[in-house]
Design a protein around this ligand. Structure first.
Ligand code: AMP
Length: 218
């Protein structure tokens, strides 16, 4: 099952895929943002090139991103499918993806702008393993220390208010057309992602399962 996750930054799609969906469906969560951050941590040429764009809240050029993703999708764990998070972010990337994999569905996570800003400015990330925390929702047991790997939990530069607003604008200008790309192909499913995971009526995972289970023929 090859699934694309669409939605503005901080709709929660990465958290839902990495904490729940990948285990339910036993396929990996591939995030181009995580791949870039791993390259930056390991100081690879790709990481050095990408860092300037990422810190400024800009998109990394399509050619660099697409070639990194193409390599990742060739790995064994992607044989039965994947959740693709953060790619495609432009129509050119969506077209390039057509030549790499045949997508079964695009889940489009939708949330209000004030919800996105509140989540972004509260989000914290582990410098070691990339695990995601939040100042009010997902708090590490020891402040500033990752529960999973003991790494430092910090605020990404691109989650700071000013940069985040720039990312939202880029999303609206460049990534929104990707939604229409998948709608026209009849592959789009919309998910209301306004409620936080600790809300009593939280339904995002159940809504995703309704779409994905049907796809799997359950
Ligand atoms: P994310 O973790 O998905 O929010 O990605 C963090 C940053 O990595 C983005 O703001 C971009 O600078 C870069 N990035 C991730 N995915 C892509 C992509 N598909 N195309 C271009 N840049 C990307």
């Amino acid at each position: 099952m090859k699934v694309v996750l669409l939605g503005a930054p901080n709709t929660g799609k990465g958290t839902y895929a990495s904490r729940y969906l990948k285990d339910i469906y036993k396929i990996p969560h591939i995030s181009t943002g995580d791949l870039f951050r791993a390259n930056i941590r390991n100081n690879t040429d790709l990481g050095v090139e990408a860092k300037a764009y990422i810190d400024a809240g800009k998109l990394v050029p399509d050619a660099i991103t697409t070639s990194m993703l193409r390599q990742r999708l060739k790995e064994d764990d992607c044989r039965d499918g994947f959740f693709l998070d953060g790619f495609p972010r432009t129509v050119a990337q969506a077209e390039a993806l057509e030549g790499i994999a045949s997508i079964d569905v695009a889940l489009n996570f939708i949330a209000d702008e004030e919800t996105l800003i509140r989540r972004a400015t509260g989000r914290r990330t582990c410098r070691g393993c990339g695990a995601i925390y939040h100042l009010t929702n997902i708090i590490p047991k020891v402040e500033g220390v990752c529960d999973k790997c003991g790494g430092e939990v910090y605020q990404r530069d691109d989650d700071k208010m000013e940069v985040f607003k720039k990312r939202l604008k880029i999303y609206n200008d460049e990534t929104r057309p990707v939604i229409e790309f998948y709608r026209k192909k009849g592959l789009l499913a919309e998910i209301d992602a306004n409620l936080d995971v600790n809300h009593p009526n939280f339904h995002v995972i159940d809504d995703c399962k309704k779409v994905l289970d049907k796809l799997r023929g359950k």
